[in-house]
Design a protein around this ligand. Structure first.
Ligand code: UD1
Length: 379
């Protein structure tokens, strides 16, 4: 009996744990999955909590890359993933999203000529300087199989003439949300812990370097929020916490009594907070989609977005200017009645598993085992 194809899945940060969970479930019993955690996110609330809530088994390998510059992080992931690939000779490496972990693992696979598949391929914000955009483009052009979440993403890959096989699958974040939203709703309301009733607060998240590492941007966001008369619940990402402390803006934040900074929360509480908020204010891509799917309008603190469908539907608005302009946007944001179906049908992960099986079947039929292609390192 022939063995199951071995797939090396590489994850490292919060949103990747979410994207990986439904795909891993769909692959169960058909593939031998080896799970690698790069360790890019390492705090309990940024990592372990997600594994627990999403029911992901413990990783088979932990690369412990931790924090660092982009090159340090990417380089460590590449080097340590390469070692795992050489040790375990997977038939395919599977990467998710647009982080330094994604790029590092993609480089290791591409250089060893192990087939590479990318979940959330073709996503573009149109801003070349953005770390995530650089990662997306490089990973897509190194990939053999590209799973695009939207028609817009397919169009980007076609325009750029990506050489891998492109498939429109729908978005695995929708799958994850549909699988877990009932559990999130059944839990005690996480906003109530902070004395806030459903529909009576704004939910704020910030972590993009463009906002956190520029004191004028971060200060401008606080200036805008100072003018707002609704409570603002603010789970603070460690990068943002460090920036607030570094710039002295933490004192300004504590002087605003309607702002409630809290520790980062897990996936289920985050779904609950988004569902209960009057409005979400964020610079996260994933949260723009989740807010939409949960029926909560969103303001995006960035000049552009990869999730243009939410803007076209009128449920997401870009806010590139902060201060008074942000306060006005918060006051004025009222979504339209209609909220079209977006991001697939909640069955993207199953499609991805089928397409992977198909691809690896063809690789086997065409050229025997792809293992061995990986065993000739350049020294
Ligand atoms: C990364 C991704 C971003 C993704 C985000 C999800 C890149 C370039 N960016 O950004 O695309 O949207 O994850 O959250 O890969 N830190 C901790 N504990 C942790 C993790 C981080 O304290 O568990 C602190 C460290 O000081 C670190 C900083 O947060 O330097 C930033 O972390 P980093 O891994 O560089 O990227 P994120 O900002 O989380």
């Amino acid at each position: 009996m022939s063995r199951m194809p071995r797939v090396l899945s590489v994850v490292g940060v919060r949103p990747q744990f979410v994207k990986h969970a439904p795909v891993s479930e769909a692959m169960a019993g058909r593939f031998e999955e080896v799970l690698v955690h790069t360790g890019q996110h390492y705090d309990y609330a940024m990592s372990r909590l997600f594994f627990e809530e999403l029911g992901i088994r413990a990783p088979d390998r932990h690369l412990e890359v931790g924090s660092g510059t982009h090159a340090e992080q990417t380089g460590r992931v590449a080097e340590r993933t390469e070692a795992v690939i050489l040790e375990l000779a997977p038939d395919l490496v599977l990467v998710f999203g647009d982080t330094n972990s994604t790029l590092g693992a993609a480089l290791a696979a591409a250089k060893l000529r192990v087939p590479l598949a990318h979940v959330e391929a073709g996503v573009r914000a149109g801003l070349k300087e953005m770390a995530e955009e650089q990662n997306r483009v490089l990973v897509d052009h190194a990939s053999d199989v590209l799973f695009a979440p939207t028609a817009d993403a397919v169009a980007h890959l076609t325009r750029e003439a990506a050489h891998g096989a492109v498939h429109l699958t729908g978005d695995v974040m929708r799958d994850a949300l549909e699988q877990h939203v009932a559990r999130a709703r059944a839990r005690p309301d996480p906003a109530a812990r902070h004395g806030l009733a459903p529909g009576s607060y704004l939910l704020l998240t910030l972590h993009r370097a463009e906002n956190t590492d520029d004191p004028r941007a971060l200060g401008g966001i606080l200036d805008g929020l100072a003018l707002v008369d609704e409570p603002v619940l603010f789970p603070v990402h460690p990068r943002t916490r460090a920036a607030l402390d570094r710039t002295g803006l933490a004192a300004r934040l504590s002087a605003l009594p309607h702002l409630h900074p809290i520790d980062p929360v897990g996936y289920l509480d985050m779904l609950g907070l988004q569902a209960g908020a009057r409005l979400v204010v964020t610079d996260s891509g994933g949260i723009q989609k989740e807010a939409y799917l949960l029926g909560t309008p969103c303001l995006t603190l960035f000049p552009c977005t990869s999730w243009v469908e939410t803007v076209a539907a009128g449920w997401n608005r870009l806010v590139p200017e902060y201060g008074a302009a942000l306060a006005a946007a918060i006051r004025d944001m009222v979504p339209p009645e209609h909220r079209p179906e977006l991001y697939g049908d909640g069955r993207a992960a199953g499609r991805i598993a089928d397409l992977l099986a198909d691809y690896l079947g063809r690789v086997r039929a065409g050229g025997g085992s792809v293992r061995g292609a990986s065993s000739a390192p350049h020294r």
